[in-house]
Design a protein around this ligand. Structure first.
Ligand SMILES: *Cc1c(COP(=O)(O)O)cnc(C)c1O
Length: 429
């Protein structure tokens, strides 16, 4: 693409954008009486305007029907979660039976590790990325401790090479091979939350399986953001949250995937609860757990219908936008951001912005490091109407999201950043 760093050009791209009208379906936070440039969908997705209606429906049914809403609501609560697998199927690349919506992300990670991390004295290691999201690190550590192993020995992290930012697939595979007799589980993020790198999930799954280990992914930053093919890759399990790219509200109900070859296996150990119990005989209240032979067999509890309503509001928008369209726009929009950032380096004659996200292995998120006055510039973004996020020690994460961000957002962001570089007093540092 021969991009141009002008407002006319950005407007032209917006004109041609088949998803341009979707922005109107979201509340865009206001700063100084103007719509902000919201680049934080990787952290908390914006609220669809219809979400309130979806939730109100549930509140009305509860008000009008009381307990009867479970079976006689307009969309009965008892089976409401069954609406999700078909909607999530194109988003995560899985069969409906492999998907369940439940709990929150870290909870699901623990539930799935309970099934798929079954260490023995011989095979007990977890291979993961260095600098995994803290919640995942704590989950790994506590799982290892519960099984009586030492985290220092049992958790093997694959780190970027000296002086580099990215983790090479060949290094991940080499680490799996080097631990081939002792690794029990390979567990990576689909996208590293910090630098935005997408991992080669097909290659990682294949390498794990080759040495007899299970393989799982935390898709917090991947679900709704990149092309996923969980079923075809053969990944054993995965989980994700719904409040980032999936716009389902803070603390929204999360999701999980268990591969088809495992879902009918009643002998897989798991933490059980009544919502995972065989539906036909659930209310016989008998002893002895009989799991549902789909990913639903990992459910524990009757889920919050309020949270599910917010999730449904957002996934209906995904369905009408179409995952293919979203991915195509995402690539173009974030390529444009890449270009605009590089232009700032070009026009200033030096590299003041370092993009640490790999150009060819990423979703819409770009992580940048500024070579000067980083925190001052970050702090100045918000008064200029830009909502982005800061990760210690020196990274600004920017996520132009295809559902509600525009090419003019990207253009204006570049313009403001340029302005801030020019107007920083020289004696600040
Ligand atoms: C956002 C995120 C989480 C958050 O976990 P919750 O249980 O939803 O609070 C966990 N892991 C990763 C990789 C994340 O990006």
């Amino acid at each position: 693409m021969n991009f141009q760093n002008t407002i006319e050009y950005a407007r032209q791209l917006d004109e041609q954008d088949v998803l341009k009208n979707f922005r109107e379906q979201f509340y865009i936070p206001i700063i100084n009486e103007h719509e902000s440039i919201y680049f934080n969908g990787n952290s908390l997705g914006l609220q669809p305007k219809v979400t309130q209606e979806y939730i109100l429906d549930k509140l009305e049914d509860w008000a009008n029907l009381g307990v009867e809403g479970h079976f006689h609501g307009r969309q009965p609560w008892y089976t409401y979660h069954e609406l999700f697998p078909p909607l999530l199927s194109p988003i995560v690349g899985a069969l409906p039976d492999e998907i369940v919506v439940m709990n929150e992300l870290t909870v699901n990670l623990h539930l799935l590790m309970t099934t798929f991390y079954r260490p023995t004295t011989q095979r007990y290691k977890i291979i993961c990325e260095a600098k995994a999201f803290p919640s995942d690190q704590y989950a790994f550590e506590s799982q290892v401790l519960i099984h009586g192993f030492n985290p220092d020995d049992a958790i093997v992290e694959v780190a970027p090479r000296q002086g580099e930012q990215l983790i090479y697939t060949e290094d991940i595979i080499a680490t799996i091979e080097a631990n081939k007799d002792s690794v029990a589980l390979v567990l990576f993020g689909g996208i590293n939350y910090y630098n935005g790198q997408v991992f080669d999930m097909a290659a990682i799954t294949a390498a794990a399986h080759k040495v007899g280990a299970y393989c799982g992914f935390d898709l917090a930053h991947a679900a709704g953001n990149i092309h996923l093919k969980l079923h075809d890759w053969g990944t054993d399990f995965a989980c994700w949250c719904s409040y980032k790219y999936l716009n389902s509200g803070p603390g929204g109900i999360a999701g999980a995937f268990v591969h088809q070859r495992h879902i009918t296996n009643k002998n897989l150990p798991r933490l059980a609860g009544w919502w995972g119990y065989d539906k036909a005989s659930r209310f016989m209240m008998d002893k002895g757990f009989k799991p549902i032979p789909t990913a639903e067999g990992w459910q524990l509890s009757n889920p919050s219908v309020i949270n599910m309503a917010a999730h449904k509001a957002s996934l209906d928008i995904f369905a009408s936008a179409g995952m293919e369209n979203l991915l195509a726009k995402s690539t173009l929009l974030s390529d444009y951001l890449f270009y605009v950032m590089e232009q700032i380096n070009v026009t200033s004659g030096k590299k003041i912005i370092e993009i640490i996200t790999p150009k060819n292995a990423r979703g819409c998120q770009l992580s940048i490091q500024l070579k000067q006055h980083t925190k001052d510039i970050f702090n100045a973004l918000k008064p200029h109407g830009i909502i982005s996020d800061w990760r210690e020690p020196d990274v600004i994460r920017l996520a132009p999201v295809p559902l509600y961000n525009s090419f003019t957002d990207v253009y204006h962001f570049g313009e403001i950043l340029n302005l801030l570089f020019k107007n920083i007093p020289k004696n600040v540092e």
